[in-house]
Design a protein around this ligand. Structure first.
Ligand code: NAP
Length: 496
């Protein structure tokens, strides 16, 4: 066997990569490197810094289970605070020194002879590692819209993932394309300064009221002194979010739960009614698909913004972009100075997987997924890919909170690597049978979900892969996912 440089290479220094690194350390591995294309850690919370950025899950719930933060300033904290939390965790658990930034990973190939991964980076260097983790996130490959003429636009173009902090929209005519969760946060901020703002909406979004408030100094002191109090608050916010995804979406077949889903849409409509008196505007802002088909969001100011005289909703479609503005489907032109692209991310084409991964016998992961359905045992393992955990895989994401996903993935690592160490083994690979059974089970569970039974046809949701299967989210509760990750049959992996 040729010598191998690292025990592990982790691709991505966001919350998934940090979590995987902490888990490796807990299990006694110190010889690993975390590679990231950016020049700092934090993943999406480093890359995104557009005005208005805040978490849309209560921060009492938005943290690692093992590292509660008593210092959040609000229930829905700002992006800056989340980035600070990432920095704090990386320092506390001493994982920053393992990170190598400005390192673009191009691909990884399993070397059968060395029983190791060969990871190639953009400058031509190749690293070798016994284990490979891709912690590349779900929303990491920005999508640029293919709109005719967009390249001919003369003004400034800003994608929300490449925000220019020096940009000041004061007095400008701004056009923004997209009405997803990012746009819902950004539009009210742009409207405060722009002279004229036109919002190009293709698909409306369900927006619930945001119950946000400052967390008092007294509460923070209590959380710090008696951590159990914060655990209790977390249990409450976790349960509410869990109910939203599990009751309203995963078990949609149950009539009572379907009723709750309808109530959630009613709540969004009330939120809209309070803010917008114009019936036609309300109609245009209301989705015609069921809530939960795509990720809903929260805001108390989004709808109201459209009632301001200088803010316009354009929902008839874009024909093309011209040098000085946007030509609408009806032939009219809106002249703009700046075009903001809140057009989201390319999950299925560019992100699954985010780098080229070639496993045993030359199996190409991206090609295999596309030709054989998107699938991953426990959301992390695929046959023919030994010693590899893909943390951003089909069926990996547990709905609304990324940290729940991280928690089960860390427990799975604990069980799997614990067994390797116990046996003195160095390789693992999920069996074809275990993987096939897992995919069958996911398919069966999805049969009861809103994504199968509900009205999702017009939602254009990234939960669905290009073949129309809702194979992004794991259709089960966090508790079940954690139990499975802690108790899965070890015989599901071939360990040697
Ligand atoms: P998104 O939900 O994918 O929304 C992209 C928007 O751009 C959609 O309205 C989409 O319309 C529109 N769009 C894309 N291409 C278009 C085109 N060619 N022409 C017209 N419209 C086009 O992306 P996002 O808003 O960035 O949010 C992505 C996810 O990030 C969210 O679901 C959420 O999970 C997460 N997020 C979280 C937070 C937070 O926690 N603070 C904040 C922001 C985002 P269609 O719907 O018609 O495709």
């Amino acid at each position: 066997m040729t010598s191998v440089q690292y025990d592990a290479v982790i691709v991505g220094a966001g919350f998934a990569g940090i979590g995987a690194a902490i888990q490796l350390k807990r299990m006694g591995y110190e010889n690993f490197v975390i590679l990231d294309r950016e020049d700092d850690l934090g993943g999406t919370w480093y890359v995104n810094h557009y005005p208005g950025l805040a978490v849309d899950v209560p921060t009492t719930t938005y943290s690692y289970f093992f590292e509660p933060n008593p210092n959040w300033s609000r229930l829905f904290s700002t992006g800056t605070e989340i980035k600070q939390y990432a920095d704090g965790v990386a320092d506390k658990y001493d994982v920053r020194r393992h990170m190598r930034f400005r390192t673009v990973v191009q691909g990884a190939r399993w070397d059968e002879e060395a029983q190791a991964w060969r990871v190639s980076v953009a400058d031509g260097e190749t690293l070798t590692a016994r284990y490979l983790f891709t912690a590349t996130g779900f929303l990491s490959q920005p999508r640029l819209p293919e709109i005719p003429g967009i390249e001919t636009f003369d003004g400034r173009v800003l994608h929300t993932t490449a925000w220019d902090d020096s940009y000041d929209p004061t007095g400008e005519r701004v056009g923004i394309i997209g009405t997803g969760a990012t746009a819902v946060q950004l539009i009210p901020e742009l409207a405060k300064k722009a002279a004229d703002l036109t919002v190009y909406q293709r698909t409306p979004i369900w927006v619930a009221p945001k119950l946000d408030f400052r967390i008092s100094e007294r509460a923070k002191r209590l959380f710090a002194r008696i951590p159990l109090t914060q655990r209790i608050v977390r249990a409450i916010t976790d349960t509410i979010y869990e109910m939203m995804i599990n009751v309203g979406v995963v078990h949609y077949r149950v009539p009572l739960f379907r009723r709750l889903n309808i109530s959630a849409m009613d709540l969004c409509k009330i939120n809209q009614f309070i803010q917008v008196r114009d019936k036609d505007l309300r109609r245009r802002l209301t989705p015609d698909y069921d809530i939960g088909c795509k990720r809903p969001t929260f805001s108390n100011s989004y709808f109201r913004t459209f009632t301001k005289p200088h803010v316009h909703l354009q929902s008839d479609g874009i024909d093309h972009v011209a040098a000085d503005g946007i030509v609408n489907a009806d032939g009219t032109k809106t002249v703009i100075d700046t075009l903001v692209l809140a057009t989201g991310f390319d999950l299925w084409e560019a992100n699954f997987p985010a780098i080229e991964v070639i496993g045993r016998e030359g199996r190409n992961l991206g090609k295999w997924w596309r030709e054989n359905r998107f699938q991953a045992y426990q959301g992390v393992s695929m046959p023919y890919f030994p010693n590899y955990l893909s943390l951003a895989s089909p069926y990996a994401f547990l709905g609304l909170n990324f940290f729940n996903t991280m928690e089960y993935q860390m427990r799975l690592m604990d069980r799997l690597f614990g067994e390797l160490q116990r046996r003195g083994a160095t390789t693992f690979e999920v069996t074809e049978q275990a993987n096939a059974d897992y995919l069958d089970r996911m398919t069966e569970l999805l049969g009861d979900s809103l994504w199968t039974l509900g009205n999702c046809a017009s939602s254009r949701s990234y939960y669905f892969n290009p073949h129309g299967e809702p194979s992004l989210l794991r259709p089960m509760s966090t508790r079940d996912a954690i139990t499975e990750a802690s108790e899965f049959p070890l015989s599901d992996y071939q360990i040697s």
